[in-house]
Every structure is written in structure tokens, then in C-alpha cells.
Design a protein around this ligand. Sequence first.
Ligand code: PMV
Length: 307
Amino acid sequence: MGKGKGFGKVILFNEHFVVYGIPSIVSAIDLKTTAVVEKHTKNQVILDDQRPATKGYKEEKKKHRKESLNRILKKMEKENHPLKITLGGNLVAASGIGASAASCVAIARAINEEFNMELTEEEINAVAFEGEKGYHGSPSGVDNTAATYGGLIWFKKGAPDVMERLKIKTPLGIVMGNTGVVANTKLAVKNVRQKKEKYPCLYEKIFTHAEQVVEHAKEALMSYNLTELGECMNKNHSLLQKIAVSNKNLDFLVQLARETGALGAKLTGGGLGGYMVALTPGSTLQEKVARAITREGFYALKTRIGV
Ligand code: PMV
């Protein structure tokens, strides 16, 4: 029996922009997906998905999940092995929290262990990237990188990708609010591409701005200037609104978090549903923002970045 884990994640800056080589900041969160791989005698691969999940998530992602698993098995040269793969863990599978990447990493690690493949972290990450294609089409690699390595990361897609670990002096409390809507990341990424082709000048300006925001955010993070960091998150959300990946529920939760005292708030992940994130240092503020979100009937997750 082989076992593996992958971290959930929160993109703090520049989802979507990251697809085009603009730097991003991402953090793993302390929730994980686990995978157990066992050889069996029936001539097929069985995937038993026991993860806790947002309503409708598993049904909606079934096709993507199958494609993802086939890609992982092919990349690891295990497509002809009868395997039972069981997914579990405490990460609630939902859009925007890196559920797909966490599962790809967990599966890659479990197969690696079961077959004593001795893959490096870099190779596990490469397998997970391949698996992510089943969900995203052409992923930037930010999600699988966070799910593999954990921690707080500066990530820039390129040849090769740039990954820099960011160390902050004390972990920071955040609240993640779930709209409960299962979003289609593939579609969101495609929409951005089409609009970018249609309005090149406008998008050029927005993308330049996104690059400035993330550079500024990095400085704020490293100097632990939380007011500045929160402002950068707010600016990032405006840019994400401009490229049309936010929606009414996300904007509502972002506004609610800010009014409740969060230092900044934005959507996180592919958008069009899924999660938003609010910067809430200190347990009192974190509790207050989480309670405000819950009171409106949404699910709120309290966690930390930079652990
Ligand atoms: O929706 P999520 O949590 O899988 O995040 C997607 C992030 C994007 O930037 C929109 C896509 C990507 O591949 O980076």
C-alpha cells in the first residue's frame, strides 16, 4: 500500500495573470488531501473519492478527474496496472482552494511509494502538473507547486518556472469564504484568453498593473506591512473584476469582509464562484470576519499563511 498527501492552497495574488507569466504569490494551507494506492486483482483502475466536498463538486468534476488520473498514470507509466486509489483527507474539495492539485500530488506520491519509484519532489510536481491539465487545460503550475512544496511561495511561470520561498516573521491569519458555487476553471481561463485577444491594449494595461501590484505586495509581505498588503489585495481584486472573473457572490463576500474589518479581501483561484480570501491578522478579527460570512449563510474557513 502506498500513501501520499498534497496541500490545499490559497492564491494571494495574480491568479489568471500567472498563466501569462506575471508573477504570483501563493500559500499552502494546513489542510490536505490524502491518497492511498493498493494493487488489486480486477483488471481496472478504481478511484474511490472519499473527500469531503462542496455540494455538486464531485459530480461536476467527474470527467476532469478521470482525464487527470489517466494523465497521471500515463506520465508515471502505470496505465496498465490494476490499482485502487482512495482519496480522503481534511481538505474540503471545492473550487478555488487547490483541491484538484492537492489530489494530483497525493496520488503521485502514493503511486511513487507503492512502486518504490523514488521520485524527487521536482518529479512529483511535474506529475501533478500533468494531472492538473485534466482540470485546467493549460495550467500555469502555481497550484501544483503549492500543493507539492507547501509554505509561502513567489511563483512565475516560464522556461524554467521561478519558485522562491518567502519567509515571513509570523504566520498570518486569513479567512476563506466559500460561495458554494462549483466553478469551471477551464472555462474561466478560456474567457480571459478570448477577451485578452479581443481587447489587447486594455488587457496590456491591466496586466502591467497586476505586475506592479504583486511586486508591491511582496515588499509589503516581507516588511510585514499588513495595511499595505491588504490594500494590494483590494487592488488585485479590482483587476480580477476588470478581467471579468469575479461574480456577485464573490464581490458580496469581499465587501462584507472589508466592512467587518479585514485589512484586504479578494477572490482566490479561478473565480466565477469558489472561494474568496480576507486578510485577518489576530484571532479576534479572524473570528469576527468568519462569523459575518457564516451569518450570511456561507461557509468560512479560518486558516493561516506563512506557517
Ligand atoms: O481555481 P483554482 O483554485 O484551481 O485556481 C486556478 C488558478 C488559475 O490562475 C486561474 C489557473 C492557473 O492555472 O494558474
